[in-house]
Ligand binder design. Structure first.
Ligand SMILES: Nc1nc2c(c(=O)[nH]1)N[C@H]1C(S)=C(S)[C@@H](COP(=O)(O)O)O[C@H]1N2
Ligand SMILES: [Mo]
Length: 173
């Protein structure tokens, strides 16, 4: 996404109510849809959901996590976005994410994990786009090196790969 489009995208995020017509057109994904976000969200572009191609996700602020984990030999550097930014972009309301993978594996993650531990949803590993074959297109990545206390079945179970969809919900409802 070039700088101009990136600017338009964030303008859209900030001014959704005043520029809806323009925003819907701009916000249509141009490439293959790799993520469907649903549940308690206000901004939608396909039915009750917001669908994203890779460029739309890469337009979010990017973050890196370098860590060893049970699925690799040695430290790997992952690039991705923090779901907190994604939730803000769609006016989401909720403290939990229910994430479903291509193989229908489902895990529920408190949004606070992404604040507290800086966990990300990665789209690249070592600067290379993650294909389905390499656990892409999207994977939840915790920094197990910075937070060794996360090396437990709970957080391994939340380390979902081949993410297909995310549903935002409120644990208190
Ligand atoms: N897409 C997907 N992600 C997943 C799983 C899965 O079945 N599918 N299993 C989870 C669980 S329960 C654990 S403990 C870890 C480790 O899985 P592994 O031991 O098969 O590598 O991956 C998690 N992420
Ligand atoms: Mo597990």
């Amino acid at each position: 996404m070039n700088t101009f489009k990136r600017h338009l995208f964030f303008t859209f995020l900030l001014l959704t109510t005043s520029v809806t017509g323009f925003a819907l057109e701009f916000n249509a994904p141009k490439g293959p849809i790799i993520l469907t976000l649903g549940g308690n969200i206000d901004e939608t572009n396909q039915g009750d959901s917001m669908v994203f191609d890779r460029d739309m996700l890469m337009a979010l602020p990017s973050h890196e996590v370098s860590t060893d984990n049970p699925w690799n030999e040695g430290v790997q550097t992952y690039q991705g976005f923090n779901p907190i930014d994604l939730l803000a972009a769609v006016d989401a309301e909720g403290d939990m994410l229910r994430i479903t993978a291509l193989n229908q594996y489902i895990t529920e993650i408190p949004v606070s994990d992404f604040q507290q531990f800086g966990a990300i949803i990665a789209y690249s590993k070592n600067q290379e786009i993650m294909s389905v074959r390499t656990k892409g297109p999207l994977m939840v990545v915790y920094d197990f090196d910075d937070y060794p206390e996360l090396r437990s079945e709970t957080y391994y179970g939340r380390s979902i790969w081949q993410i297909q969809s995310i549903e935002v919900f409120n644990s208190k409802e």
